[in-house]
Design a protein around this ligand. Structure first.
Ligand code: SF4
Length: 242
């Protein structure tokens, strides 16, 4: 099977506590890379258009990103590009060194690496959160360092309207989540699969830790295409096309 988008929830830990966080309260929980291997093997995945490493804060767990990368290579999964969204907080010397190394390795192995990005959030919310940290100067140096090493690092948009945010997690106002849509194009499933720290495959990535279970497709050791959720998601999108 070929899939368009896979998002791996690397960790539920975070070094900020943003009031607008759609994930909700952080948890002391990391992703087990074995879940990725299960998901790939059970679903016989040989192509991922874009793999995203998300969280929590991915820079706290570069070893897990590296293990996921090795699993993709070992299983001959062809990857076009990757995307990592980070909060710009300096993760400490050891994590910083490892993060730079794993990003360089990913970049080397992605087929269409011109589409790969590290996105550093620069919204008013994250700017304020970072500026209140004792390590604020180190954060600024960290962002400059990443921008100096990699040409594909992007500082995000500076100001968001409050109603751009999703009403999930700690954010009590804003937009409702739109359920993820899937389409089948020949052998390619278009839409986002989200693999979380519990080993569940979730339809889309815009949910808090608490609400992900409502959008669960199946566990990583089950075939997504055998699930009733995908049956109904695909028949709805086919009906809409006709
Ligand atoms: S919004 Fe991102 S950086 Fe802020 S607490 Fe949530 S996961 Fe952490």
């Amino acid at each position: 099977m070929k899939i368009d988008q896979l998002i791996v929830e690397v960790t539920r830990r975070c070094n900020l506590r943003c009031s607008h966080c759609l994930r909700g309260e952080a948890q002391n929980r990391n992703f087990n890379p074995h879940y990725l291997e299960q998901f790939i093997k059970v679903n016989e995945i040989d192509y991922i258009g874009c793999i995203t490493f998300s969280g929590g804060e991915p820079t706290l767990c570069p070893d897990i990103i590296s293990q996921c990368h090795k699993i993709l290579k070992r299983n001959d999964v062809y990857i076009d590009s990757f995307y990592i969204s980070i909060n710009g907080v300096y993760p400490g010397d050891k994590n910083a060194r490892k993060f730079v190394r794993v990003v360089a390795e990913l970049k080397y192995d992605c087929d269409d690496s011109s589409l790969s990005f590290i996105h550093i959030s620069n919204s008013q919310f994250h700017r304020i959160e970072r500026s209140e940290l004792e390590t604020f100067d180190e954060c600024k140096k960290w962002i400059r360092k990443l921008e100096g090493i990699f040409t594909f690092v992007h500082l995000g948009q500076e100001n968001y309207e409050e109603d751009y945010l999703l009403k999930q997690g700690r954010n009590k106002s804003g937009r409702q989540v739109t359920p993820e849509e899937f389409e089948m194009e020949e052998n390619l499933v278009k839409g986002s699969f989200y693999l979380n720290c519990e080993g569940d495959v979730v339809a889309g990535c815009d949910y808090s830790y608490d609400t992900q279970s409502e959008y669960k497709i199946c566990h990583c050791d089950e075939k997504v295409m055998d699930s009733a959720f995908m049956d109904s998601a695909l028949s709805i999108s086919e009906a809409e096309v006709q």
